[in-house]
Design a protein around this ligand. Structure first.
Ligand code: PMP
Ligand code: GLN
Length: 382
């Protein structure tokens, strides 16, 4: 294995899920739902499978899916031409890697905000670029962007910034003010923004998802990425997409076509159906996830953790110190055997673990009875 990929031989999700399976633990580690998406979408996939849609779809994605993505994106007030400004990918993961491979190389720097989704560091490394990491900082009861630290991270080598909001793992939804600050830095330093918006629909209470591309000066320099997995409970389908300018989409397509070329042929029309017809289902999902967030947050608090409020995503973060632990990673590795619950230590998503050693991430995208079992077991920790 080449040196630049040596830090990336395994993923925390694969390891924690394997441990959960081995120990019979309730898996609140890896974020995936335990119920299916809308039946209309599943029917559409079945129809496509039995209707002959089993060969290569077009390179940029099936036309009805690109049209549906364009219409879906239009609800933020931005128009993307389905023929030149949209590319279907193998999940958001491929979209992120393909974007970095197409837009950055050795000698370039990419700003990454920590804690970061695990694929970001690996994708920057695969592109041969270097990451410059800016930490979120506790601000009241949320984790906020440190705008001064962001500004200080820009160097003459900076090419791009990766922005994930709603944010995994903290559940932070960036405010318009935070996004405006990011936009100003991008415009001032002529950076490309690569946005990971896979949780765009999973935003709770009064919080709002604002796509970075809708801010002044950003439409032309943002590669906006999302995916069906979280919106329609189909994380295994790996249907994602990129919306950007014709030039940036053509660049991303240049690398994407030699990673997978195409994928998910019969699933593409089903996701098109879902984007066109299932947003009421998504609204019910959002409401139900907000209730699950409350259920798990309350349960964790009663079990002795200190819990940060989560404004979006599948995740809630908890401080393990009130229970007498100092190292959340050590605890995470013991937790499945000790009480039969799996969670993920947040420090594995950072370059600067110091501020994050005591933080554990729990996923609440599970059936209520599963959450209740986990909570009951976690009471055994005190
Ligand atoms: N980005 C974030 C922030 C995620 O949490 C995930 C995990 N689901 C992904 C990207 C990957 O998305 P996909 O499964 O569409 O590749
Ligand atoms: N996105 C999911 C999470 O953060 C896991 C994805 C994966 O297993 N690679 O839990």
């Amino acid at each position: 294995l080449v040196p630049r990929l040596r830090p990336f031989t395994s993923t925390i999700f694969a390891e924690m899920t394997a441990l959960a399976v081995r120990t019979g633990a309730v898996n609140l580690g890896q974020g995936f739902p335990d119920t299916d998406g809308p039946s209309g979408m599943l029917d559409a996939a079945k129809d496509a499978l039995f209707g002959g849609a089993n060969q290569y779809p077009p390179g940029p994605g099936r036309p009805e899916l690109r049209a549906a993505i364009s219409a879906h994106r239009a609800r933020y007030g931005t128009h993307y031409d389905p023929d030149t400004e949209i590319l279907v990918t193998a999940g958001a993961t491929e979209a992120i890697s393909a974007s970095l491979l197409a837009l950055t190389e050795q000698g370039d720097e990419v700003i990454v905000i920590e804690p970061y989704y695990d694929s970001y560091a690996a994708a920057v490394a695969m592109a041969g670029a270097a990451r410059r990491v800016v930490s979120l900082v506790p601000d009241g009861d949320r984790f906020a962007l440190d705008v001064d630290a962001l500004r200080a991270a820009v160097t003459p080598a900076t090419r791009a910034i990766l922005v994930n909001s709603p944010h995994n793992p903290t559940g932070t939804v960036f405010t318009r003010a935070e996004l405006t600050a990011i936009a100003e830095v991008c415009v001032e330093h002529d950076l490309v923004a690569i946005t990971d918006e896979v949780y765009e629909h999973l935003v709770f209470d009064e919080h709002e998802h604002v796509p970075l591309a809708t801010l002044p000066g950003m439409r032309e320099r943002t590669v906006s990425i999302s995916s069906a997995g979280k919106t329609f409970n189909c994380t295994g389908w790996k249907i994602g997409w990129v919306c950007s300018t014709p030039e940036l989409v053509a660049a991303v397509k240049a690398s994407k076509q030699f990673l997978t070329f195409v994928s998910g042929g019969p699933l593409q029309p089903a996701v098109a159906h879902a984007l066109d017809h299932e947003l009421d289902w998504v609204e019910r999902l959002r409401t139900s996830l907000a209730a699950k967030r409350d259920r798990l947050s309350k349960g964790l608090t009663e079990a002795g953790f200190a819990v940060w409020p989560s404004a979006g995503t599948y995740f809630v973060c908890a401080d393990v110190r009130p229970l007498g632990f100092t190292d959340a990673a050590e605890l995470a590795w013991q937790l499945p055997e000790r009480v039969g619950v799996a969670a993920v230590p947040v420090k594995v998503f950072t370059d600067h673990p110091d501020g994050w050693n005591h933080v554990l991430r729990f996923a609440f995208c599970k059936r209520d009875e599963v959450l209740d079992t986990a909570i009951e077991r976690l009471h055994g920790l005190a």
